[in-house]
Design a binder for this molecule. Structure first.
Ligand SMILES: Cc1cc2nc3c(=O)[nH]c(=O)nc-3n(C[C@H](O)[C@H](O)[C@H](O)COP(=O)(O)OP(=O)(O)OC[C@H]3O[C@@H](n4cnc5c(N)ncnc54)[C@H](O)[C@@H]3O)c2cc1C
Length: 411
């Protein structure tokens, strides 16, 4: 299957416009660092402002409807944006796509104007607030409580592994609204403004680079939110969260999957000489490098297939999950192959002058392990996939997404 697109003249014009904008707007020192740990507060401030500019142009969430602050553009336009931003090491995304998708399907018209629009225009950044300390894998076993108080809700509980170093304006996630109700019918999905009285953050340091090695532990002590901050009904939180998790688990696909690590590995094998011979002439190196190339290519195709199914409103059942599981496992296997080929050079970090590719391979060595736990673990991704393809004790259908939902809004 070949997903390369014959771009139209209008699309090529769009590409030139994107390139020109990038050249004019993104100075070298604001480009994404090789190690996300080097993403500074100054860079963060710069990108928050740039994202507002991108939001106004409709380039931040290009395929979301214009009426809610998206670009109303096509998947082809998004692919061009991804491609150009990725090559320029520019940060296009704010990470709010999962939440925005849940709001599109489940938010009332008023909630869309209040929460979705500022997310899509870049005025507001958000964290997803999911994982609890007692065991994040089982999200349905939520223990943080939401209690009604007149028209408001009082939220109490704690979370770990949330967001990144720089705090957003708002967070979204589930809370237990009814301890007496059965599992999957006992949650609400809430918008929680940051800061709020009773809400505190404590920074966690992680070894992985993404996102900047920093996460937040969060403590909520009777945090008051108005009634309209509940998205969906007070027993529908699991259903809203399921839409959110479709994207967390690969259901939106990837417009332009780029595997810089494997591209770098190919360059390394081509350019490096050992004992006067090219590295690629060693049959063991050749085997490992080719296996990495194939897995990376398959990974890219799986991500693109899901992306185009999503854009064409096709019935995605397990395609995103297949891609998600393959991505996690092949990344880890390729990190091992990089070590087999490059040896200790794969472990030289960004501050080491002899590090190949400015230390990018060392960054991947750390991330390959950590990222297999993010967005739910690989074990959980396999459990979900098994349910989707009908080889599990229980069966599961994909949750509605903006691509598949026939009507929007829960009012
Ligand atoms: C880099 C990074 C970024 C993250 N970002 C976020 C974020 O932005 N927001 C957020 O809310 N969370 C985030 N997380 C948290 C992440 O989603 C959780 O770590 C994950 O869901 C697992 O939860 P846990 O760590 O509590 O592991 P546990 O739930 O304690 O699980 C421990 C182990 O048991 C396995 N296990 C548990 N239950 C089962 C089962 N039924 N079948 C098979 N195996 C099982 C798990 O796979 C895992 O290996 C992030 C984590 C990392 C590492």
């Amino acid at each position: 299957m070949d997903f390369r697109l014959p771009y139209s003249e209008e699309q090529e014009r769009f590409r030139r416009e994107v390139r020109a904008w990038l050249k004019e707007n993104i100075p070298e020192e604001m480009k994404s660092p090789v190690d996300e740990k080097d993403y500074t507060a100054e860079m963060h401030r710069f990108w928050r402002e740039k994202h507002k500019e991108l939001g106004k142009k409709g380039w931040l969430f290009p395929t979301f409807p214009k009426e809610y602050g998206g670009g109303g553009l096509t998947g082809d336009h998004e692919t061009i944006l991804e491609e150009e931003f990725s090559r320029a090491r520019a940060r296009r995304g704010t990470g709010g796509g999962l939440i925005a998708s849940a709001l599109m399907v489940w938010g009332t018209e008023e909630q869309k104007q209040k929460f979705l629009r500022p997310l899509l225009t870049g005025e507001m950044a958000a964290f997803q607030k999911l994982t609890e300390p007692h065991g994040g894998a089982d999200l349905a076993d939520y223990q943080s409580r939401a209690v009604r108080d007149g028209d408001d809700w009082l939220l109490t509980g704690s979370n770990i592994f949330i967001g990144g170093e720089h705090l957003p304006e708002i967070m979204f996630g589930p809370m237990l609204t009814d301890p007496e109700a059965p599992r999957h019918r006992n949650l609400g999905y809430f918008a929680i403004p940051v800061p709020s009285p009773g809400l505190t953050f404590q920074t966690q340091n992680l070894i992985c680079s993404n996102p900047g090695g920093k996460k937040q532990s969060i403590f909520l002590d009777n945090v008051r939110v108005p009634g309209d901050h509940l998205i969906g009904g007070d027993h529908q939180g699991w259903q809203v969260l399921s839409t959110h998790l479709e994207f967390e688990h690969g259901g939106g696909g990837r417009a332009f999957p780029r595997d810089e690590v494997v591209d770098n590995l190919m360059d390394y094998v081509k350019e490096t000489k050992r004992d006067g011979k090219s590295l690629g002439s060693d049959p063991m190196v050749q085997q490992a490098a080719m296996q990495a190339r194939i897995e990376s290519h398959v990974n890219g195709l799986l991500g693109q297939r899901t992306y185009w199914m999503y854009q064409n409103r096709a019935n995605i059942q397990s395609e995103g999950n297949v891609s998600n599981v393959h991505d996690r496992l092949s990344d880890l296997r390729n990190a091992i192959r990089v070590r087999e080929v490059m040896g200790m050079y794969a472990l030289l970090g960004t501050r080491e002058p002899r590090a190949p590719h400015n230390g990018a391979q060392e960054v991947r060595q750390r991330d390959a392990a950590g990222q297999r736990h993010a967005a739910g673990t690989t074990n959980i991704a396999k459990v979900i996939l098994a349910r989707r393809i009908g080889i599990s004790r229980t069966q599961e259908r994909a949750a509605p997404t903006p691509s598949t939902a026939t009507t929007y809004g829960s009012s």
